[in-house]
Structure formats: C-alpha cells, structure tokens
Ligand binder design. Structure first.
Ligand code: GAP
Length: 448
C-alpha cells in the first residue's frame, strides 16, 4: 500500500510560511478566502515547475507551439464553450449559521455551529434546496454596468487556444497532429475550503490542446496519459504515490468523451493533480457555430477537410508545486538534532547552491563572495555569512538547496572548497577553478 510522505498539510503550510515560499494573501486585513501569495522561494520554485513543463512541451518536441491569450475574451466565448450554462456547482445555504456549502461535498465539510458534525447533521441545521451557482467571475468593461458590458475572467486557459486555432494553423504552418500550449492564470469562484493551495480562487494552469485526425484520437489520448504521468516521475515524484484514474461516465465534463486524472497521494488522500481529456471536436465545432468561422483543417494536397479532435493535458501550477513540496518533504536526524529537508529535484530547487564562509574573518567572506559571484552567472546561487554554519546548512536544507559550498581556512591556502550534498550529507573537496563545472555536472548530468 503506498503511503503519503511524512509531510502533513500543517507541516507544509508552516514550512512555506516560515521560509517565505507561500503565505495567505491580504494577511494584514485578516486574509481572503482560498487566496495565497508566493514569496521569493515560492516564485523561484513555481517558475522552475513552469519552465520544466515548457521544456517538455516545446523544447523536447517539435509538434507544439506556444501561445499567450487574453484572460478576458469576448463574452460569447463562454456561451459557445458551455461554461455560461453548465460550469456550475450545486450549493446549499444554511439559514441557521448563514454559511454556504457545496451540496455534493457535505460529507467533507464542517457545520458552521457544530464543527464536529457535517452540514445538515445537527438538529439546528436548516439547509435550503441545492441551487446551481456559476463558477465564473463576472466583471464589466467600461464605466457603465449594462448587459452588453458583462465579461468573465477565464475559468480555463483552453478556450483562448480554440479561438486562435485558425491563426496558429496559418502562421505556424501546422498540420494535425500538432499542439498549442499555454500557461496562465484562470479564475473560479470556488467556495469549498481549499486545503492550502490545492484549490484557490485564482490559479495558474499549464494546458495544451493537441489537435489530431479523428481516427488517431484514442492513440494520442493514451500517449498523453503516459507522457504526463512520466513527467512527474522524472521530476522526482515517487512513482507509487501517483496513479491514473479514469473518470466514471457521470463525472465527465460536458465536453469530454473520456478523461483520466493523474492523481497524487497528497496528505489529504488521493486527489487530482492533472486531467487528461479527450475533448473530441466539441470546442472547435461550438466556436465555428457561434462565430460563423470555419474551424477545420484543410489539406490542400489531398483536398481532405475535417474538424480535428482534441486531446488536452491540463495541469495546475499550484497543485504541482504542492505535490512536489509534499513529496520532497522529509525529516531526519543529524548528530541527535532533528532536520527538516526538502529533497527537491535539482531542476526544481529554488536555489542550486549556497556559498558559505565558515568564519566571518581571515579573508574567508571575501573569497566566498568571489566564488559566489562567479557561480551566480551559471546557476541560482545564494551567499550567506550570518550565524553558525550548522544553522546555515539547516536553512538551505529547508529550502531544498542541493549543494552547499563552504570556504574555510584551507580554501585560502590551496584554493579548494568543500561541497556538501543535501541528501547524502557527504562532503568533498573541489578546486575553485573546477567548481562550476563540477556542480553543473551533478545538477544536470544529461546536459553536460
Ligand atoms: N481545461 C480543462 C480544465 O480546466 P480542470 O480539471 O478543471 O480542467 C485542470 O483543471 C487542472 O487545473 C486541475 O487538474 C488542477 O490541477 C488545476 N485546477 C483546477 N481548479 C483549480 C483550483 N480552483 N485551484 C487550483 N488548481 C486548480
């Protein structure tokens, strides 16, 4: 039976706050529901996750192009996509405690007056009938709020890709099978308590729409299930804490003829990390109908015309960050002292190397600064000369820095330094002149 890591959600939340990765937004005003800010290390980690996704999508393949479409699209987009009519959650209100709950999640939620019970279980609970509540955030263009000015913040990045399908087909001179990839913010008016960054009101998605000849759809669906699962494994997630789960027919989104989730064994249990959907020709057909544009592929050589089918791997940046943090979190003991360490894959670690003078005297800080300035041109490095060396190592372990370089008295004599490995704790002496190459080879053996 696979087990979650030693991480609990409380430990992850506390580490993220303590080290400035991620913390509640608007905290000076008491916070705002399901909304978080990313601090320095959080930004670096998140950027690394996104960079690895782009690398897998467009650097390591030649059949996918990039796109960055607008967050606010023409409002008819959401009529055509089905989001206006169908992107809803069933909600109930409690007339006693005045709280609002997802009707389909009552068993996981706490009663507003008696948190030991679920909503509806206490005699005092007085729940309304369930009503459908649209998840899209609405706003207006221009100063006057009238029916014609209502627009929506996109609830998925995917629709911008469908709207630009024709442009890309022309300008990128593509022919199915080919994909369009996009990373950006999406917004959903979620009312379920979010489990830290697992479910938030605004979140980044990494989505790719892969357009294929209809007869090849099933093969490409299988291809992308495999590719996306292995991406997480390559970046260090324990294989047995990941699984693929096919949706039951009653779970499928309105556009999907088949969806499987990549699920991760979070501390809250198995939960969705990414969805891979077979969207068929639903979106292109709908947008063609609503816009009057022909959204199809025309092969000028064979004369063949068809509406491509779409396979969509759709991942959440925040959810991936949370999974990488949970999976990397570990606790061990050094010399009788407890250590918290993030065993992040080097490609994801916010900082690759810390440069630490052993003492703040005898020319050590000057040499350390010199080493640091040479390294930072090649990789994200950090200089730290504050406090006992053991505490400085612990700090770097907690933010997942794979290597710490220490400058000591011997360094001034023979121009060598020690390189400490975060995971094995082994230290080896390396010549300063060979240091950058040595670290690069260990950080990314394939690239060297
Ligand atoms: N275009 C398809 C689509 O949006 P989805 O399963 O609703 O599919 C894809 O979303 C991914 O986006 C999810 O697997 C999850 O990682 C992320 N996601 C969705 N809603 C989220 C939320 N409220 N907060 C954080 N991440 C979310």
């Amino acid at each position: 039976m696979p087990q979650p890591t030693v991480a609990t959600m409380d430990k992850i939340v506390s580490l993220c706050k303590r080290r400035g990765f991620i913390f509640p937004a608007s905290e000076i005003y008491g916070g705002i529901a399901n909304t978080y800010d990313y601090g320095h290390y959080g930004v670096l980690l998140k950027n690394n996750v996104v960079a690895e996704w782009w690398k897998a999508m467009i650097q390591e393949r030649d059949d996918i192009v990039a796109l960055d479409s607008a967050i606010i699209q023409h409002p008819r987009t959401w009529e055509a996509s089905g989001h206006l009519a169908g992107f809803t959650d069933p909600l109930v209100d409690c007339r006693t405690c005045k709280m609002r709950f997802r009707a389909d999640h009552l068993g996981e939620l706490q009663c507003g007056k008696r948190p030991s019970k679920h909503p509806g279980e206490d005699a005092a609970c007085d729940l309304t009938e369930a009503r459908e509540f649209n998840l899209m955030f609405e706003t207006t263009i221009g100063p006057v709020k009238d029916a014609g000015s209502t627009v929506f913040l996109r609830p998925e990045t995917a629709q911008g890709i469908f709207l630009d399908f024709k442009q890309v087909l022309q300008f990128a001179r593509r022919k199915p099978p080919f994909g369009i990839a996009q990373v950006g913010k999406s917004f959903r008016n979620e009312i379920t308590p979010g489990n830290f960054i697992f479910r938030t009101l605004e979140f980044e998605q990494m989505e790719m729409e892969y357009f294929v000849p209809p007869a090849e759809a099933l093969n490409w669906y299988e291809h992308w299930l495999h590719e996306r699962f292995e991406w997480y494994v390559r970046l260090g997630i324990e294989r047995n804490r990941l699984r693929l789960r096919a949706h039951d027919p009653d779970e499928l989104s309105h556009y999907s003829s088949g969806t499987s989730d990549v699920e991760y064994l979070f501390p809250i249990g198995w939960s969705e990390l990414e969805g891979i959907a077979n969207r068929g020709d639903f979106d292109l057909t709908q947008h063609a109908k609503h816009s009057g544009e022909r959204l199809e592929y025309h092969d000028t050589q064979t004369g063949e015309r068809y509406v491509p089918h779409v396979i969509e791997p759709a991942a959440g940046v925040g959810r991936s960050v949370l999974a990488f943090l949970c999976d990397a979190y570990d606790e061990d003991e050094i010399g009788g002292e407890k250590r918290t360490v993030l065993r992040l894959h080097p490609a994801l670690a916010p900082v690759k190397v810390a440069v630490l003078p052993l003492l703040r005297k005898d020319g050590q800080p000057e040499l350390a600064r010199h080493v640091y300035e040479a390294l930072r041109r090649r990789m994200k490095a950090e200089y730290d000369d504050g406090g006992a060396i053991g505490r400085r190592y612990r700090r770097q372990d907690e933010i997942g820095t794979p290597f710490a370089v220490t400058i000591d008295h011997q360094s001034l004599e023979d121009r060598t330094v020690t390189v400490r490995d975060r995971d094995t704790l082994q230290q080896e002496r390396v010549a300063i002149d060979a240091l950058a190459g040595h670290l690069q080879a260990r950080l990314d053996p394939v690239a060297v």
